[in-house]
Design a protein around this ligand. Structure first.
Ligand code: OAD
Length: 248
């Protein structure tokens, strides 16, 4: 299932960098974006995930995020998330970069997760930027208003057309340049700049492995392709790590 080269890398790599996408949460019951039953097959990203969309219909967009939060709060991390957290002390370092906004990696025990696209748990004012995390009453379907400036409160996810958090993107780029093994898991590779990270890692000499049951833009380019779901592949990797490595 895994090549001898991949197994050797799991045993010996000093620095491991991992990029995850919506596919790692699929087995926790959270919809992906671009699969046939994904969110973007049912909803228009320009309407639901852009500042213009939010300004055109704030209550609709807010209630959609409330619905998604409800799903996230009910979901539980899967075996892949737990296996990922289990191996974090065996690499120096393991850098976990995620495009996901659901914080399932953190709930499974992963620390210092680089959230490229923000998260759906927190909120801030569109106008003054003030944090408003207390407004998460998932029964409330109308967009709340900032008590400092009267602006509309929005979820702290990165929307289309917005910049990624600069420090997070910088750290993600640095960890991609400076690793021996890079895993890209559960992402279609359609959204930049995240999608460019596996290529950066490969250009800088890392062994790049894709874990995804389906073909993606990386499939021909990665050094190795594991066509397994996250919840199966990750515990297999963790077994090898725990058998052959010691904690650092
Ligand atoms: P996509 O929906 O584009 O891709 C999900 C990928 O997960 C697909 O390639 C699936 O084949 C794969 N997949 C499905 N089930 C899997 C499983 N059990 N194990 C492993 N892989 C599985 O999601 P992302 O690539 O994460 O951005 O999308 C990137 C960004 O586009 C998201 O962060 C979001 C979206 O617009 C924002 O909201 C800013």
């Amino acid at each position: 299932m895994f090549s001898q080269e991949f197994i050797e890398k799991i045993k010996t790599a000093e620095r491991l960098t991992v990029l995850t996408g919506a596919g790692v949460s699929a087995e926790s019951g959270i919809a992906t974006f671009r699969d046939p039953d994904g969110l973007w097959a049912q909803f228009n990203p320009q309407e639901m995930a852009s500042v213009d969309g939010f300004m055109s219909n704030p209550d609709l967009v807010w209630s959609w995020y409330q619905y998604r939060r409800e799903t996230v709060f009910k979901a539980k991390p899967n075996a892949g998330h737990f296996a990922m957290a289990e191996i974090q002390d065996y690499f120096d370092p393991l850098t976990l970069i995620t495009q996901n906004v659901d914080q399932l990696h953190q709930r499974a025990g992963s620390e210092n997760v680089l959230e490229l696209h923000g998260n759906i748990i927190e909120n801030h004012c569109l106008d003054c930027g003030e944090s408003h995390d207390d407004e998460i009453d998932i029964q409330n379907k109308e967009v709340p208003v900032c008590n400092f400036c009267g602006g509309k409160i929005r979820p702290s996810v990165v929307w289309f057309g917005e910049m990624l958090p600069e420090d997070v993107l910088y750290q993600a780029g640095a960890a991609s340049e400076d690793c021996d093994l890079f895993l890209t898991i559960g992402t279609s590779g359609e959204v930049y700049p995240a999608a460019g990270l596996p290529m950066i890692a490969q250009d800088y000499g890392a062994y790049v492995v894709e874990i995804n049951p389906n073909e993606t833009v990386y499939s021909n380019r990665a050094d190795e392709k594991i066509m397994l779901p996250f919840s199966q592949a990750m515990p297999m990797i963790a077994e090898i790590v725990k058998k052959y490595r010691t904690k650092v």
